[in-house]
Design a protein around this ligand. Structure first.
Ligand code: SF4
Length: 380
């Protein structure tokens, strides 16, 4: 794992990844013009761009050029004919991008565009960020950090229809293309939170059945992100239909803060039901089959450590995605955490993954998630 010199501090690749995700980057237009021709780099934010640090660490590249008022010290420019990261005017590292794909130009046979429905993530994932709309957000209780939730709430408030869930046949087509043309071997299936377990079950089982009946050679993992159901037998069905691991994401362990930041999850689902489902999966299917995401940057290190430890002791992976504050204030704040916060979270999770032998999914790290990068660091 490489070390970098930033603003008179030495940081490693995991720490730099956290800083880049949470602060965003301003990209020179020339980077798109020159490298967009041969690499997976698109001016549209819907394509979820990422860059590779020179040691291969995959990092979300959120270009804040489109938010002129947003301040970030990080810049992507061209230096010695190569794309390079800068902290203000100080060179940090030469970077690269994933190889070019026509994925985002495609439409399914029924006319559904790939762009907006799915993204290629890291080196091996095709991810569906929100296959069905979030009923919690539409009812006025979105999570404060969630960009999709804000959109569902806006549509509901303005009496506009919510987007229709992607058809199972479209999902299969998109995965097939990503596997055959985009180096993907794994997929993430995610939707919004739902009031009725049955509605969500119909969506998920339809998708899983369609994947199971297809001939797609998914040699990696199939990750499912669900609203924890009252009827736990749904979970058994999801595993029998080919799911590798299931997430019931708690996001914020401090329950008082969670009531404000994730009101729908606390009010409608409850912490108790999240833990019930996670414990059920870990107890019946074993260590590492359940995981729960935390948004890194929204609570104290102490409460986050308490939550992550509680889960890890029970064989549940505490996974971690870095909060992106720009444009979505949480509890009135848009201030990204400092280096020391990320460093201590990294040490804490690395220790838990090592002690409880928890191996997060994925070949290389995903764009805004750091659990795989921290696991790799824990091996060092
Ligand atoms: S419940 Fe999920 S989809 Fe809904 S607002 Fe929260 S994070 Fe977003």
């Amino acid at each position: 794992m490489k070390k970098y010199n930033i603003n008179k501090e030495i940081v490693d690749s995991v720490e730099l990844k956290c800083l880049l995700i949470s602060n965003g980057v301003k990209d020179d237009n020339a980077v798109y013009e020159i490298f967009g021709k041969d690499y997976r780099l698109n001016v549209s934010p819907l394509t979820c761009n990422s860059l590779l640090l020179s040691d291969g660490t995959n990092v979300q590249l959120t270009d804040l050029v489109f938010l002129p008022e947003a301040l970030t010290p990080f810049h992507l420019r061209i230096s010695e004919d190569k794309p390079a990261l800068f902290y203000e005017n100080d060179w940090i590292d030469f970077v690269s991008f994933h190889k070019k794909t026509d994925f985002y130009l495609q439409k399914t046979a029924s006319g559904a565009p790939y762009m907006g429905n799915a993204v290629l993530q890291g080196c091996d994932f095709v991810s569906f960020q929100c296959l069905w709309h979030c009923e919690y957000a539409a009812s006025g209780k979105p999570c404060e950090f969630c960009y999709a939730g804000a959109e569902f709430e806006y549509l509901a408030k303005n009496n506009q229809p919510q987007p229709v869930a992607l058809a199972a046949s479209d999902l299969v087509e998109i995965i097939r293309y990503a596997v055959q043309n985009g180096d993907a071997n794994s997929t993430q299936i995610t939707g919004g939170s739902t009031f009725s377990g049955k509605t969500e079950y119909r969506h998920i089982s339809g998708y899983l059945q369609a994947i199971a009946e297809s001939d797609i050679p998914l040699t990696g993992e199939l990750l499912l992100y669900i609203t924890p159901p009252a009827d736990l037998s749904y979970i058994d069905d999801y595993f029998s239909l080919g799911t590798s691991r299931i997430a019931c994401s708690i996001e914020v362990w401090d329950e008082k803060r969670a009531g404000i930041i994730t009101p729908g999850k606390i009010h409608f689902t409850s912490r108790k039901r999240h833990l019930q489902a996670l414990n059920y999966i870990a107890g019946k299917y074993g260590k590492g089959r359940a995981f729960s995401n935390f948004i890194i940057g929204l609570e104290s290190i102490e409460t986050l450590k308490a939550g992550a430890t509680f889960l890890a002791e029970r064989g549940i992976i505490p996974s971690a995605s870095v909060w992106m504050p720009f444009g979505r204030p949480v509890m009135g704040s848009t201030t990204a955490p400092k280096l020391d916060y990320f460093r201590r979270i990294k040490e804490m999770l690395a220790e838990l993954y090592h002690r409880y032998e928890l191996i997060p999914p994925g070949g290389c790290g995903l764009n805004v998630c750091i659990e795989k990068d921290i696991y790799t660091y824990s091996k060092l």
